[in-house]
Design a protein around this ligand. Structure first.
Ligand SMILES: Cc1ncc(COP(=O)(O)O)c(C=O)c1O
Length: 404
């Protein structure tokens, strides 16, 4: 027999309209389905992996290339694991999800993506814990951003089960490709592109979605020198700056090449109208520390909403008690702070480099040097915290790690 309080609870539940109850159930189910980790009532972490029944055909490589891998000298994006995940879109649906050996493939010379640029991608990482388990860092954030890019480029969204199950199954198969050195990880590159063979500007009717993985080491080996770009533009309001689409990178090569010829490693993009406000640092979001406050340009549609940016801001605010501001930052403010001695740090943040300290910025033919980063600097403290979470060395209290 239920006791009095239980009867009261049941009575109250029945007073809630059925629609609200169903909605609450679906929401709870959805958040459980969408999260790799969650805490039960005793705060014990339970780990979930994708449990979809989707069938993925697997054709294994006849011979692994793993034995040729030299983990001492990985570099970035030069070596690819044994397998890739593929699915094709036609007749308005994604089909034939499969894992196949990494190999070249044939395309039509008229393939739409080559001519008209419907091509999007993502970049994320998986890490090996000391017990050998493999975890991805916030893959659902990349999944969301992937489909935001797809929407802007008039491409079909990729269903969550294809994206997530594809990732998990591929990483399970190629788990030995996840390196375990201190600054090593497995870089994961989901990519989708228009495949219709058609000359003439139109939205493609067919697409391929692939997931490629690549064991990587450190992206930058030392602090970088950056040039504030005041001639070329990366993105304008109403454009595609917030999307991870290939044209954004294609257009950055010439300005970056010119900056490199002048001795810089990267450029800092400024807004496309006045070139007075900071936007991004090459392929990273930009952060600076002025007077002990961590400041980063606020998001709008010309800036990529970085997963690292978001994570760094959370760690700074919630875990390390660092004051943060997301707002417009002008180049003048940066120069003035430098002149007053209050510009303490600048760094780029992104999946590839994590946190890349900036040693100097160039603006209007003048160079402004920054103090060398120490282990006490804000960038170094956040980087250490983030790396410790990613490698399972400290508690993952934000539930960012997704077990493979
Ligand atoms: C233009 C641009 N901005 C910022 C970032 C950083 O984003 P994330 O931290 O999600 O890697 C990247 C890298 O993906 C990028 O290409």
């Amino acid at each position: 027999m239920p006791n009095k309080s239980m009867t009261a609870v049941i009575y109250v539940i029945f007073l809630i309209p059925v629609k609200t109850r169903v909605k609450y159930f679906l929401k709870t189910f959805d958040s459980v389905k969408n999260n790799s980790t969650f805490a039960d009532s005793n705060n014990i972490k339970l780990y979930m992996t994708v449990t979809s029944t989707m069938h993925i055909e697997v054709k294994k490589a006849t011979q692994s290339r793993l034995a040729e891998l030299n983990t001492e000298n990985l570099g970035f994006g030069k070596i690819f694991s044994d397998h890739i995940f593929v699915s094709n879109y036609k007749n308005e649906k994604w089909e034939n999800p499969r894992i196949i050996p990494f190999a070249n493939f044939e395309v039509s010379p008229c393939m739409s993506a080559l001519h008209y640029g419907q091509s999007i991608f993502e970049g994320m990482k998986a890490y090996r814990y000391s017990n050998g388990d493999i975890y991805m860092f916030r893959p659902l954030e990349n999944f969301k951003r992937f489909n935001q890019s797809a929407e802007r480029m008039a491409m079909p969204s990729v269903p969550e089960d294809i994206f997530m199950e594809g990732l998990v199954q591929l990483l399970r198969l190629d788990k030995n490709w996840v390196p375990d050195g201190e600054s090593c990880s497995l870089y994961i590159r989901p990519v989708a592109f228009a495949t219709e063979a058609h000359i003439g500007v139109k939205i493609s009717d067919t697409y391929d979605f692939m997931i490629i993985t690549s064991p990587v080491g450190a992206y930058y080996s030392q602090p970088i020198k950056v040039l504030v770009e005041i001639h070329f533009t990366r993105a304008v309001p109403g454009g595609v700056g917030f999307a991870k689409t290939s044209g954004n990178y294609g257009r950055s090569h010439l300005p970056t090449k010119l900056a490199k010829e002048k001795g810089y490693d990267q450029i800092i993009w400024t807004d496309g109208y006045s070139h007075k406000y900071l936007e991004e640092s090459g392929t990273m979001n930009l952060m600076c520390v002025i007077d002990n406050t961590l400041i980063t340009p606020e998001l709008h549609d010309t800036i990529l909403n970085g997963v690292t940016r978001k994570s760094v801001l959370t760690l700074a605010r919630e875990d390390l008690g660092i004051k943060t501001e997301e707002r417009k930052v002008s180049v003048d403010e940066l120069v003035n702070a430098h002149n007053k001695g209050t510009l303490e740090e600048m760094f780029g943040v992104g999946t590839a480099a994590t946190i890349a300290p900036i040693s100097l910025f160039g603006y209007n033919d003048k160079n402004y040097k920054l103090p060398p980063a120490s282990e006490h600097s804000i960038g170094s403290r956040i980087k250490k915290e983030l790396n410790n979470i990613r490698r399972g060395k400290i508690a993952d209290k934000h539930n960012w790690m997704y077990k493979v």
